[in-house]
Design a protein around this ligand. Structure first.
Ligand code: SF4
Ligand code: SF4
Length: 511
């Protein structure tokens, strides 16, 4: 449990357990939820058995929002690799691509080279701070609406309902002895799950390969072992996590619920039960008076629709992912009984305390915690955007020879050799002028390009390529009296005048 509602002393938060998934369904409005049997001491186990959850279908505003978010996110995921983006001849035309063999990542106009992987770190930092901010404002909205585990589990549950029926039908089916009908439904469900899982794993592979090419190769048996292997891995992962593990991922596997409560405060919006107006609860019939009792008719619909089996009336619980489906469920019940909506509501603890005491409520989006997150987010985003816009599109890597460190020529001059690389990150041919600085009288020789020593030389670089050269630097002995000297390679773009400098070491005898 990560958080408790302080005002809810009569409904202490409980860890996710069988108690929250409850017994067989009660007809809303006619029967009370039976109390669970008291646990005998000898039956207490260190590890609880999993109680299978049979979420009931529900209609309502939040369900509609969840369908809309699910549709948009799945469409983005499956369509993403098929979006084309013209980068010119010789360049991949896939908008979103991580090209492992080519050692590039493409995101529309942005192209990331391996040495720029820190942009990925920056992106993760921005995403993390953004998540902190959203959590401080809207609670577990990420978990309830946009987390891939939630989205795919929702999709798998929809398939399950279409094939096996709603909650009561599934309960009956699971209790029924094996028959052709039962086997057919179970096989059909798992086949559909596997197909979705295959599409999901396959789509993931397309982000690392040209989508049309890899799909053709996949179905003609010509894809690589890695493609088949990773597709199988991600298919199995999707099938197991969304089909079998479901809420257990949120409750036991995911670290986020463990520390997301650190982002909450009493003004964070969360899904909560208004116990001050719901209690004392009890079963009810349509048209009866609610005088002297609470609005909760104890129908159990709120925990029956819950994908993690939580009874929100017991207070805030770690297993509650904030999906808001129990709000829809309870609103439907309140409508039926002519009672005010939002007995289960999306509200802050501060507002709930105020409502309970008849004080005015308020929405506090600006508070110290959120201001800090906004400031850090703004700084991180600005730094990231600035470095992206102003980044160099040419880079230099220099590796001095280690053995020998230097050679003394017959005229007494000292020569060092270097492996010199130009990373041309632009999509056109480039010419650069290479000079040196730091050592008086240093002369350059580039093997294969310039046989005679000179103070400067011109080096070509093909588009989107790494050009490698063997560069010899010769210096008069009087200019290099120490064992090591700083030497600067200065590379100037002949077309734009952009200059890249790289410091390295020049070794000498030190005499
Ligand atoms: S909170 Fe609402 S949905 Fe839940 S048992 Fe009470 S009346 Fe039913
Ligand atoms: S308690 Fe309500 S908001 Fe929380 S996971 Fe269950 S249905 Fe969703």
């Amino acid at each position: 449990m990560t958080m408790e509602t302080q005002r809810s002393a009569s409904h202490p938060a409980t860890p996710p357990s069988a108690a929250s998934s409850g017994p067989a369904p009660a007809d809303p409005g006619t029967a009370a939820t039976p109390a669970p049997p008291a646990a005998s001491p000898e039956k207490i186990k260190f590890f609880a058995d999993r109680e299978k959850i049979y979420p009931r279908n529900i209609h309502g505003t939040w369900r509609q929002i969840k369908w809309a978010v699910l549709g948009v996110l799945l469409a983005l995921y499956y369509i993403g690799p098929w979006i084309r983006w013209d980068r010119g001849p010789g360049a991949p035309d896939q908008a979103l691509l991580i090209d492992m063999p080519g050692r590039r990542a493409y995101f529309f106009t942005i192209e990331i080279w391996p040495q720029e992987v820190y942009y990925l770190t920056g992106l993760l930092i921005i995403a993390a701070i953004g998540l902190f901010l959203v959590t401080a404002w809207f609670g577990r909205v990420w978990c309830g609406f946009t987390c891939p585990q939630t989205v795919w589990t929702d999709l798998f549950m929809w398939v399950e309902r279409k094939i096996e029926g709603d909650r009561n039908a599934r309960l009956r089916l699971d209790k029924a002895p094996l028959s052709f009908g039962k086997a057919g439904r179970k096989i059909g469900k798992h086949a559909a799950w596997l197909l979705i899982a295959l599409a999901t794993g396959g789509a993931w592979i397309m982000y690392f390969n040209d989508a049309p090419t890899v799909v053709r190769a996949f179905f003609t048996g010509q894809a690589s072992t890695a493609v088949y292997g990773f597709t199988a891995l991600f298919t199995a992962t999707t099938y197991l996590l969304a089909g079998w593990a479901r809420e257990q991922v949120c409750i036991y596997m995911c670290p986020w619920p463990r520390f997301q409560s650190a982002m909450f405060d009493e003004d964070s919006l969360i899904v909560t039960y208004e116990d001050w107006r719901g209690e004392p609860r009890g079963s009810a019939r349509k048209g009866q008076s609610f005088e002297g009792r609470g609005d909760c008719v104890d129908c159990g619909l709120c925990w029956q629709v819950c994908p993690t089996g939580v009874d929100i009336r017991k207070g805030q619980q770690m297993a509650c992912i904030g999906c808001a489906l129990c709000i829809d469920a309870c609103n439907n019940v309140m409508d039926r009984f002519g009672r005010p909506r939002n007995l289960i509501t999306y509200d802050s603890i501060a507002n709930q305390n105020a409502r309970a005491e008849g004080r005015p409520v308020r929405m506090r989006l600006v508070r110290p915690r959120t201001l800090i997150y906004i400031a850090v987010l703004a700084i991180a985003a600005t730094v990231m955007a600035y470095t992206l816009v102003t980044r160099d599109r040419v880079d230099v890597a220099v590796q001095p020879d280690r053995s020998p460190l230097f050679v003394q020529l017959s005229d007494g001059s000292i020569r060092n050799a270097y492996t010199f690389k130009i990373l041309n990150m632009e999509r056109n041919n480039k010419s650069y002028t290479l000079t040196t600085a730091g050592i008086t009288g240093a002369m350059l020789t580039v093997i294969g390009y310039q046989a005679e020593p000179a103070t400067s030389t011109v080096l070509p670089a093909r588009p989107d390529d790494v050009a490698t050269f063997r560069v010899l630097v010769t210096a008069p002995p009087e200019s290099v009296p120490l064992a090591t000297h700083d030497l600067w390679f200065v590379l100037t773009d002949q077309a734009t005048g952009e200059v890249v400098e790289h410091r390295t070491v020049f070794a000498s005898s030190g005499n």
